[in-house]
Design a protein around this ligand. Sequence first.
Ligand code: SF4
Length: 373
Amino acid sequence: MHHYQPQDILIERGEENAPVVRRVLQRLPQLPVRLVDRGSRPSTESLVDPFGAGKKTLLFTRNRSRFLEHCPAGTPGLVCCNYLVVSLISNCPMDCSYCFLQDYLANNPLLTVYTNVDDLLGELAAVVDRQPWKQFRIGTGELSDSLALDPLLGFSAELVPFFAQRDNVLLELKTKTDCVEGLLELDPQGRTVVSWTITPAEITEAEEHGTASFAERLDAARQVERAGYRLGFHFDPLIEYPDWQAGYGRTIERLFSAIDPRHVAWLSLGSLRLTPALRATMRRRFPHTRLLSGEQVRCADGKWRTFQPRRVKMYRTLSRWLRRAAPSVPVYMCMETAPVWEKVFGQAPGCDKDLAHTILSPSLTDPATIDAP
Ligand code: SF4
């Protein structure tokens, strides 16, 4: 895949000597650099595609609020898995047609990197070290791809060793790239899971612009598997298209002919879910997308999803295939309601602690409880 290079760099005054800024300026000495005052940003409003333009400028600033947040799946009415997120980067150099950041960051589209990694690590240590009896799963892939900028920023070299020293916390690095070089020399001590979003190759090519191909993702997964990392795979968003059964069937077969399921920590499924504002943006930015043409309905949380009977059929089909390919790996659903859990797995977790526990021990999603589609 083509690796990201910004067109220009903005640095908030006072952050010029932050280690990550120095690393990037050394790696990209030819780029125009401007110092900006705190809070000042060039306006992208008059541009035809402000969100797309924002990705081309790299802004370094400090995060002045909390890093550690609950994942937005904690929305009332949805089954939650107690996942936590931290963001060192906001926005992403790639451009998937369905990306929720187009809506979420519409007013703040510059590709922003937070320089105060030490503050993030201090905040994490204060939370996880104070509760050694509790297990935490923390991901960095909420407001950006976890690894797309790693060749430039080198954040994994700071995060992986921090998690390697603690046995009550797992780091998840979620990606659609093959940017794993920075991980290969580190020793994760079983505490970092590198995970890929997986879609059939025809969807990747049509909808996930600028990302690594399925073959490149698989090759990267094999490299980190050999380097001692645990792996995760997210079939999220699941896309319903005329040939979806053949497409997903082929994909799962290829995945598990390359990857040893004993090294897989978890597998997840999630429906395509689009806010009304995101649908409008997709129509404007990606007029040829096929993702708005399926049978979708507006759900209680305001998001549009594939009509429930059709998505339940997809969930059941894929969970059956995944459990056959990787019988001991937990399979869970992201941002779904308890009734949908009951239809797919025969039962819903009693509370979010149950699901968090299930992800570490797969009994709830035992194949015996999964009906045939
Ligand atoms: S890789 Fe993820 S964060 Fe990046 S554009 Fe695609 S969906 Fe958005």
